[in-house]
Ligand binder design. Structure first.
Ligand code: HEC
Length: 111
């Protein structure tokens, strides 16, 4: 991995008014990560995804979601086309949750 890999972690504020983030939000709902990670993804049977985004880099985050940790109960989502297609926005959603620009609960704005 080149040393600059961190330069593109995309640590920019995201909001639920951003269409791509709304799609990511819907994907997370559809797959129901919440059943293990808690309704706000901040920890239940499985650890907080928000905290993971706060403390890990993009590469580790993406690898964890796509490859999982099957022996420890985290499924691999590489074979799920909607997760794979939205992985960058899923990461941005959790960064937004971690830095507070995206609030925990809310539904995307109706339009
Ligand atoms: C069947 C339960 C289950 C589901 C569903 C699930 N996870 Fe997990 N996840 C886990 C478990 C258990 C761990 C902890 C694995 C370990 O101990 O290494 C984990 C770990 C993680 C981690 C790393 C957290 C850390 O602190 O190590 C991330 C990020 C994550 N999951 C994201 C997701 C996302 C995103 C989804 C939905 C697309 C999802 N998970 C769905 C069970 C689940």
């Amino acid at each position: 991995m080149p040393a600059q890999a961190n330069a593109d972690t995309g640590r920019t504020a995201s909001r639920l008014t951003d269409d791509a983030i709304v799609s990511a939000w819907r994907t997370l709902r559809a797959v129901d990560c919440a059943r293990c990670h808690g309704k706000d993804y901040d920890g239940l049977a499985a650890p907080s995804i928000v905290e993971y985004a706060r403390t890990q880099n993009r590469e580790r985050f993406v690898r964890m979601v796509l490859d999982g940790e099957p022996s420890r109960g985290m499924p691999a989502y590489r074979g799920n086309p909607s997760i794979a297609a939205h992985i960058d926005d899923i990461y941005r959603y959790f960064l937004g949750r971690a830095d507070g620009t995206i609030p925990a609960d809310p539904r995307p704005p109706q339009r």
